[in-house]
Design a protein around this ligand. Structure first.
Ligand SMILES: *[C@@H]1O[C@H](CO)[C@@H](O)[C@H](O)[C@H]1NC(C)=O
Ligand SMILES: *[C@@H]1O[C@H](CO)[C@@H](O)[C@H](O)[C@H]1NC(C)=O
Ligand SMILES: *[C@@H]1O[C@H](CO)[C@@H](O)[C@H](O)[C@H]1NC(C)=O
Ligand SMILES: *[C@@H]1O[C@H](CO)[C@@H](O)[C@H](O)[C@H]1NC(C)=O
Ligand SMILES: *[C@@H]1O[C@H](CO)[C@@H](O)[C@H](O)[C@H]1NC(C)=O
Length: 350
């Protein structure tokens, strides 16, 4: 039924424009709600993958009939992706819930198929809309009924549900609308978070580095502790290579990814990758490693890290979800000195 609300937004445009051939695509970005879960619970809905399939359940806690419930909707557009939303002149005036649904049903029909990807009886258009827990599975935004012209960018629809004359809650859905042919040129907003899961290292490591006093704390898995570098790490002697693996289902079945760092001098490798760490490590704040100076060689010493969490504005906007394992191999001259393995979890930010 989240879909219902989403289409509520999209259809606004349907009435307003002539039908041309559609030259855009859209995908769900996020969904949010206010008013708690006393009427509708959408907290178990997720958007999966780059295509952002809708997956999960929606619970309707009442029979939603015209005698008691009504809805209205408004829309906002953020063409540049900078969070600056402007209200659009398209809206659904407040009206009885079944009546609204009846007028806008056609926009949902291509996406929701009873018995295939949902157990909500879309085919019979029930009124009242019966209470219950409904699943949607692998649902993409598909419709031929959408208008041909849509503003590009981030479109936010806000639907308000009324119980008699009282606002019962709102659902806010953001979709992204982009040119079909420009799919890969668009600046997407980063829509994932990640956290450290674990780290381990090969036995030989202790000659060079002491990682045994590093801990991952709490649910957020802050990095805390000290790292000892037992020698200066300079390009004269040290080099590093890295590979990556993905376990998308959390079942321990890692597949190698085509992302790797070919072996190169250690400072050169760090020079290109410092930017990914700079958001997380701040000299004098949460570490005494002078990261901002990009020191080379990286001087021997004991460095602390205090409550560091991964922050990455420089990370790519599209990354696979799941468990990502990075394996760094450090070389002393031509011999492998030690191997460090780090697992992080990447998940949707909502
Ligand atoms: C989507 O939901 C279905 C059932 O609701 C579940 O079986 C499936 O594992 C979910 N898919 C993912 C990728 O989580
Ligand atoms: C989800 O749907 C897409 C096409 O819409 C299909 O390619 C994919 O295999 C489906 N995934 C699952 C888990 O059903
Ligand atoms: C880390 O632990 C895993 C599982 O125990 C092991 O397969 C892997 O070789 C270890 N990595 C290193 C660098 O020792
Ligand atoms: C993290 O480390 C700092 C000092 O290194 C320590 O003061 C602090 O108590 C640690 N935090 C936790 C939660 O252990
Ligand atoms: C690096 O390897 C050289 C031999 O190639 C060895 O003499 C040196 O001790 C090693 N460095 C460290 C820090 O162990």
């Amino acid at each position: 039924m989240l879909h219902f609300w989403i289409y509520f937004q999209l259809i606004l445009f349907g009435e307003a424009f002539i039908k041309f051939k559609r030259n855009y695509e859209f995908r769900f970005i996020s969904a949010d709600h206010t008013g708690g879960t006393a009427y509708v619970d959408v907290t178990r809905m997720r958007f999966l993958g780059r295509e952002r399939y809708a997956n999960g359940t929606v619970e309707l806690k009442y029979d939603f009939g015209d005698d008691r419930f009504s809805v209205s909707a408004e829309s906002f557009s953020d063409p540049n992706g900078d969070g600056d939303y402007k209200q659009l002149p398209m809206f659904v005036p407040r009206q009885p819930i079944c009546k609204a649904m009846e007028s806008y049903w056609k926009y949902m029909e291509a996406s929701l198929k009873y018995g295939e990807n949902t157990d909500f009886p879309v085919h019979i258009r029930p009124c009242p809309i019966p209470k219950g827990i409904y699943y949607v599975k692998n649902v993409t935004a598909q419709t031929d009924e959408l208008p041909a012209i849509m503003p590009r960018g981030f479109l936010k629809g806000v639907a308000t549900l009324y119980d008699k004359d009282k606002v019962a809650g709102t659902v806010e859905v953001v979709v992204q609308i982009y040119d079909i042919q420009h799919l890969f040129q668009i600046k997407f907003k980063r829509d994932y978070e990640f956290r450290f899961i674990s780290g381990n290292y090969s036995e030989g490591a202790s000659t060079y580095i002491d990682l045994s006093r590093i801990r991952l704390l709490g649910r957020e898995r802050y990095v805390n502790g000290t790292v000892e570098l037992k020698c200066d790490f300079g390009d004269d002697r040290f080099s590093v290579s890295a590979e990556s693996f993905l376990d998308s289902n959390g079942d321990g079945n890692y597949k190698q990814l085509p992302m790797f760092v070919p072996r190169q001098p250690i400072c050169k490798a760090l020079e290109s990758s410092w930017k990914y760490a700079e958001g997380s490590l701040k000299y004098g704040v949460n570490t005494n490693l002078p990261i901002q100076n990009h020191p080379c060689p990286i001087p021997k010493g004991i460095y602390y890290v205090k409550n560091a969490s991964p922050q990455a504005d420089d990370w790519p906007v599209i990354v696979p979800r799941g468990f990502l394992k990075a394996v760094g191999t450090f070389y002393n001259n031509s011999k492998i000195a030690f191997i460090v393995e780090v697992v992080i979890q990447i998940y949707d930010s909502f």
